[in-house]
Each structure stands twice: as structure tokens, then as C-alpha cells.
Ligand binder design. Sequence first.
Ligand code: ADP
Ligand code: MG
Length: 342
Amino acid sequence: MTPVLEIRDLSVDYGQGEGAVHAVSSVNLVLNRGEVLGLAGESGSGKSTLAYAMTRLLPPPGLITGGEVLHHGRDKPEPVDVLGLTPKQLRSFRWNDIAIVFQGAMNSLNPVSTVAAQLEDIYRAHRPEMSRAQRTKRSAELLRLVGISADRLGSYPHQLSGGMRQRVMIAMALALDPEIIIMDEPTTALDVVMQRQILEQMMRLREELGFSVLFITHDISLLVEFSDRIAIMYAGRIVEQAASEDMYRASSHPYSKGLLGSFPALHGPRRPLTGIPGSPPDMRTVPSGCPFHPRCPSAFDVCEREIPVLEKLSGANGDSSRSVACWLNTPSLSGHPGVGAT
Ligand code: ADP
Ligand code: MG
């Protein structure tokens, strides 16, 4: 697996000084070429902040306080740090290399412009060499790609259903054939059947076009089904990362277990819904040590004092793709058997 985007030690604050909110703390995350990486966590855990920061779309008072976002471009010999791009380079990076379908994207279509005009605008801005006929042809192709018939090109957003508007947003994201697509809760406003249809389509398009996807959601059950790997975020930190299968079968962090326990099983034996007691922390006053400790059923003394680092698990079954930030995995500290204990 080769990385296409590598987030290193990224930290983001809202505000400065005493009152600063550390919304993202030292996040390390790799998106590999062609994979779907799911990012899950309760509301307020910092998922959107991370997505905005890595695409340099963070609005004030958001401030990147450290880290790197390395883009390994398909034709570039060396990775480039996105955080160091000039405004001109950024414009090309967005759309050409990376495209984003944000939360609430349904409302970001221009209400007074037809679908065709909005698609063609992208080409006019980024592919000035294309003729009018080429733009029209390509726009029709894009719509077809996302499952909308080309006779909808002349429609205005309000004439489309919510699902179709979402598909148009995806078509726009695909317009310049980017390597990376970030989807931040793209389907939460849609009903479950529609969410599934859109995600299935996304997966087919990925097979066809070969892009990588960072899929962000609070609904981990969708990720289990649609992503290759899953990273779980809590209070601004990645607390566990593993292949979807492994995450589903045997998550290691008590928070991941809680998240997975909050949803009904998709396949296989039914299991009781356990959920997680309490609520996510107020990010202005994050608990000491492991921020999850006040809600954790397995917390012990060290959890209250020290922040656990995300470490690769050298598990009994040789599972090295999993990393976890939990003191339970330091057997000498916890007196627990560590990995594999469920
Ligand atoms: P998620 O997408 O996981 O729901 P966000 O990235 O939107 O989480 O928010 C992470 C945290 O950052 C929130 O808990 C909130 O406290 C803080 N936050 C977000 N936006 C702002 C802002 N404009 N000013 C201050 N704090 C903010
Ligand atoms: Mg969000």
C-alpha cells in the first residue's frame, strides 16, 4: 500500500492562549492509494476540524498549531506539504487532487443556477482549454456516472430530490478526476435507504476511477460496511485504527467497543446494544489523562493521569495493522492480559 495523503502530528486549536480549545491533538493518519478510510466518532470529537485543516479550509478562529499534511501526488517525485502551499497552488490542489463533499453540502448548490451550469463552471474555471461542446458532453457524462439521467442537466436544484442533489454534489467532486475525495457526513440528511444507495454508488465509482476516500461519519455501522480501514476519534485524538473487519470483530479500545455496541449488528449473530454511558466532553474542559476515562468501564489509576499514545499492537495473532491509544494495552501497568482480551 502506498500513501496518498499522510497527516503527521496535526494539531488544531480554536482561539489562542488560556481559552484555546484543542479540537485536534497530534493526529497521525494515513490515507492509502485507492482505499476507503472511515473516520468515526461522536459529534464534537474533531472530525470536521481535521477535514477542514487538512484541506486548508479551516475558518477562523481555527488555527493549525503544528504538524504536516503530506500529499504524495501521482506524478510527483516528492511529497508536498499541503500546509505550505501558496494560495495559487492551493486552488489547483483542491478540485484537481482533492475534492470535498462537506456536511450540509446539500445546501451549497447554487439555487439560481442549473445543474449543467454548475458543472460547466468547474470546467470553465479549471480547464479553460475545453470547448463549450466538450464541457457539455463531460457534464452529461458526470451525471450519468452518478446515476442521474442527462435530461436533468437543465434542472435547478429545487427541482431535484435530496438524493439527487447529493449525487450532483458527488458529480461536482468527481469533475476533475481527483485522487482523493473527502466526504464529511455527506448523507446524514438522507434516509437510510438513500444513504446506502449513494454509498454503494460511491464504491462502484471508486473501483472504476481509482480515487481514495476519507469518509467521515458518526455512524460507524456505515463504515463497517463500506470502508477498508476505520479510525476512531475521541476528544480530538485518534484512539484506535484498524482494518474494518478487525474493528468490527474485535475492537480494542473501550470507546470503539462502545461505539460499535451502539449500533445493531449488520450480519451474523445479534448482539445486545450497550452504547456508551455519559456524553462526550466539553472540549473547553477536557478531562485529564485519557479523555475517555470518566466514561470508561475499564479505567484504572494511570488513565486519570497520563494520556495514552497511539501505538501499534503487536498482537498474539500477529495483527500489526491495528493501533490503539489505551493503557489497557500496557499489561505491566494494567495487570490486564492486553490484546485480544474482550
Ligand atoms: P465533529 O465534526 O467531530 O462533530 P468538530 O470538528 O465540528 O467535531 O468540532 C470539534 C470541537 O471543536 C467541538 O467540540 C467544538 O468544541 C470545537 N469547535 C468547533 N468549531 C469551533 C469554533 N468556531 N470555535 C470554538 N470551538 C469550536
Ligand atoms: Mg462534523
